[in-house]
Design a protein around this ligand. Structure first.
Ligand code: HEM
Length: 298
């Protein structure tokens, strides 16, 4: 009976480990390719459509739209209640107390939504082990400079964006720092007795000034920047429909578009070379995965 020597055994184990790593890498690459490729769908008229947001992401945006809109209106009504038409609007709603109650209810909704979104971010980082499309990158600075130059007519080409454009990223980051600022200063205005039992009394006028001016800044930013980029410039409705057309993807997110198409082609190549195509059930699962948040995958 031949026996395996110590060295042969070592080599065999090494070969098995290398083989396992290779298999794992292929599996991971396949999984990533499948979730990306599942974002491309062929519609009934034969054209290509791209899943951009899941239903839960659309719902998040709706809740943000309603809660932020309510906060902005009810907050600014309080700030400018001394002006004639504003006082008149407050009277239609009841009185200032009604406006304050609506403001506080909307604040609770926005706070819950913010915690949910924070949890989603942690899930992306630690469970999916991805950074997410909004993660800042060095190339964002390059993109920003090129976009400004393009808008000023000093550059011939728009920068090529991936999952999110630089305008979308700047807006998201502003929301990310602005919401905790509004939440914390709002809390000082809500329970001043509790806060001033721990902190000096000057905290109240400071919080009030920050809350008021940040409210004006945020409302103007939404009305100008967001409305222009989101609704007017490209008439991008994907956050409501969840879908983007091929032309829109090519124009707004060419890098992501090419990654999705490449993933599709890679899968087609792998399935024709290495076995039968995926079953209907498996394909349906890929689509469900993509619709449930893999929208962020990049
Ligand atoms: C996110 C959590 C928020 C909390 C907890 C909060 C809470 C408050 C509270 C307690 C007040 C004082 C009036 C009252 O007693 O009801 C207030 C005032 C106000 N809030 Fe908010 N708020 C929040 C978000 C926002 C947002 C997002 C905006 C606008 C975009 C906003 C705009 C305003 C304005 C303009 C005032 C009046 C400030 C003044 O002129 O005295 N708030 N808020």
């Amino acid at each position: 009976m031949p026996t395996i020597s110590q060295t042969d055994k070592g080599h065999t184990e090494e070969a098995i480990t290398v083989e396992q790593i290779k298999k794992e890498t292929i599996k991971r690459r396949l999984r990533a390719a499948r979730s990306l490729a599942a974002r491309m769908q062929i519609t009934s008229d034969g054209s290509r459509a791209f899943i951009r947001f899941s239903r839960s992401q659309s719902l998040e945006h709706w809740i943000l739209l309603v809660s932020f809109g309510t906060l902005a209106v009810t907050g600014l009504l309080q700030s400018f209640s001394a002006f004639f038409p504003i006082g008149w609007i407050i009277q239609i709603l009841g009185n200032v107390e009604t406006v304050r109650t609506i403001h506080r209810l909307a604040a609770i909704v926005l706070a819950v939504l913010s915690f949910y979104h924070g949890w989603r971010i942690l899930e992306t980082w630690f469970v999916k082990q991805e950074r997410g499309g909004m993660w800042p990158r060095i190339r964002d600075f390059r993109d920003l400079v090129q976009m400004v130059m393009f808008n000023a007519g000093l550059a011939k080409k728009r920068p090529e964006f991936d999952r999110f454009t630089i305008e979308e990223k700047l807006e998201y980051w502003a929301l990310l720092w602005g919401t905790p600022v509004m939440g914390l200063t709002g809390l000082v205005l809500w329970v001043p007795a509790v806060v001033t039992s721990v902190l000096p009394g000057q905290i109240y006028p400071i919080a009030q000034a920050i809350h008021r001016w940040e409210a004006i800044l945020a409302s103007l930013a939404i009305l100008t920047w967001h409305m222009y980029h989101g609704c007017l410039k490209d008439r991008n409705r994907s956050v409501f429909t969840g879908i983007m057309s091929e032309e829109e993807m090519q124009h707004a997110h060419p890098l992501e578009y090419r990654r999705i198409v490449a993933a599709h082609e890679y899968l087609q190549k792998v399935t024709t070379e290495e076995g039968p195509p995926r079953s209907e059930v498996a394909l349906k699962k890929d689509h469900q995965e993509a619709a449930q948040g893999l929208g962020q995958t990049d």
